[in-house]
Every structure is written in C-alpha cells, then in structure tokens.
Design a protein. Structure first.
Length: 142
C-alpha cells in the first residue's frame, strides 16, 4: 500500500525504478532502472534516507559524468560541423592540445562550466570573437 507524501499529502509514495532526481547542476538526472527510489507519484519528490543517499553517491556520480561526456561530445560535434577549428578554440580557452578531440570521443570528463561555455559558443559563434577581444584587451574588465 502506498505511503502518504509529507509534501503534497497524496497517498502515492512508492518505489520508482529509473527515477529522475536533481543532482549537482542537473535538475533531472535519470538513474539506472536497476535502482529504485521511493517517490511521490503526484508531486515527484523523492525520499532517500541518509544511508541510501550515501550508497547512491557512486551511481549518481557515474550518471552525472556520463551525461557530461555525452553533452560534451554533442557540442564538440556541433562546433566541428559549423567549421570551428578545435585547436583555435583550445588555444582561446586555455585548453591543452587535443582535449576537445578527446571530449568528442567521450574519452574525458569535462567540467560543467566547460560544457556550458562550449554550448554557448556553439549556439552563438560570435561569442568566440567576444572571448578573443576579452583576452586581447590590455585593460581587462576594470
């Protein structure tokens, strides 16, 4: 029999496989179907006791890193399709040579900040010129 949700009062808290929960920068990170999490079927809140949260941390980290790798691969492919030279981009962003190619092959785990920056550049290529101007400005932002 389902339990009552302390947030919405609905009698619909039950174990959910492949649940999506907020983790780090992602408001919704889907867990593997092998893991069940008690969730309210009405409001979507999940209920994990501290020991379950600790036990899930390695899985959450693995899902988080996998999603970052997929996102990085996608944005690197988009940049390449739009004709952005990856080496020039690496130099502009202060990345090591070949790093973007490795990300394109899902061979590394990028930071969320780098994925966001690359996505912004892919979305609006003029941002790359803005970054060039930023580094060229001798006065800085002050």
């Amino acid at each position: 029999m389902p339990r009552q949700c302390p947030f919405c009062g609905w009698f619909g808290v039950r174990a959910q496989r492949g649940a999506a929960i907020a983790f780090r920068v992602f408001p919704s990170l889907t867990l593997p179907r092998s893991i069940s999490v008690p969730m309210c079927m009405h409001c979507g809140k999940h209920f994990l006791d501290p020991s379950k949260e600790v036990a899930l941390t390695p899985t959450l980290n693995a899902c988080y890193e996998a999603r970052l790798r997929v996102m990085a691969q996608t944005v690197v492919r988009t940049l390449q399709q739009r004709g952005t030279p990856l080496r020039q981009l690496e130099l502009t962003l202060g990345l090591s040579q070949g790093y973007l190619s490795r990300l394109g092959a899902k061979a590394g785990t990028p930071s969320p900040a780098l994925v966001a920056l690359l996505a912004l550049i892919a979305d609006e290529p003029t941002r790359l010129a803005q970054i060039h101007r930023l580094w060229a400005d001798q006065k800085g932002l002050a």
